[in-house]
Ligand binder design. Sequence first.
Ligand code: ADP
Ligand code: MG
Ligand code: MG
Ligand code: MG
Length: 399
Amino acid sequence: MAYRALSEEEAKEYALGIPGLFEQGAQLTSREIGDGNLNLVFHLQDKKSDRSVIFKQALPYARVVGESWPLSLDRARIESEALQLQHEILPGLVPKVYHFDKELSLTIMEDLSDHIILRKGLIEAKTYPEFAKHIGHFIAHTTFYQSDFFLAPEVKKQKLAEFINPDLCKITEDLVFTDPYYNAEKNSFNPLIEEQVKELWVNQELKGQVAQLKYKFLTATEALIHGDLHTGSIFVTSASTKVIDPEFAYFGPIGFDIGAVFANFVLNFAAQEVRIKNVEQRNVYQQYLLESIHQIWDVFEQQFTLLSLSQATDPSLRNEAFVQQFIQQVKEDALGFAGCKVIRRVVGLAHVADLDTIVDDTERAYAEKLSLYVGQQLILHRQKWAKEQSISAPIRSSF
Ligand code: ADP
Ligand code: MG
Ligand code: MG
Ligand code: MG
């Protein structure tokens, strides 16, 4: 079947044509629920058995902007293959893929509607005691098993070719590393922070450091990374974590995924500065956010080290000094990428609800200025901060 964007009705018909997806005689409801920037997402449910599934279909253009911004449909293949690889490594931490249709760029997967999007939970100042452990585990395992530590060199190179993702990488290259640092047309920011944004544009030291991080994003092929691991790509309950939406997956720097999570916790921290009015409550919640950053790093470091020293396929890489130095570099990268991701959410095209839903313009500007400041500190001091005992202490003291 040639590509066409499905309607809710067509999604139903399609579902009934897949053997075994629903029972015979299923009475389906179908609802488009996508809230992302790029794709269609349908929720399909059988009224009789209550069984439900999710359809995710790529559109040939960016939904946020429209048809003037074409995007390769191949990202749907990349997403569905990345989900299946991640599911093999960590079945508990990603949705199960039931079916993929290449022509329609359509993935049918497990319905996670009993979870909530982590960003939403964090905005409501909820805590998730298992999350840091789960995500540290997720990043350590998915990257280790899709890196040169584990894959034979020829297999890695083959896989690298299968995950060439130029359109989506270009979005990151432009929106994260380029546009926020000059007066780009796609930028969008609160007029009340114009002065601070203009300071970014003339900060040569900062721009030099961002160029280093961009170059790393362009050239490092350390592991198959998720590529878009913000808190809107993570579903949670108090006991469970599920990572979705790996359409930006490519072989890139491991620190990029860790940095994405850190950035979103930093943005939430800044937003809570004005969201939670009670000082004591605010301190407690912000402390939780910092402890999460700390724990994510600890779990990642511990598990990546363990995997490298016990399971690296090439014995010459199973070298303690090398592994330690490699992880130190990942830490530095994670802090720098976190800074870039904080700044782009304030200055660039796509913002985060944590900040954008602060109704009062002045309060929002206050939280945005804080974010910009901490984002710059993360980039400029990443080398020094990576050497400190605690990864979260310098973040805390820069607020
Ligand atoms: P996009 O790539 O367009 O951002 P996402 O994969 O992030 O799309 O999905 C957009 C939204 O659709 C999510 O925020 C969530 O509300 C819903 N969604 C996506 N996948 C699932 C799923 N497996 N189960 C339940 N809801 C989902
Ligand atoms: Mg998404
Ligand atoms: Mg979304
Ligand atoms: Mg997406």
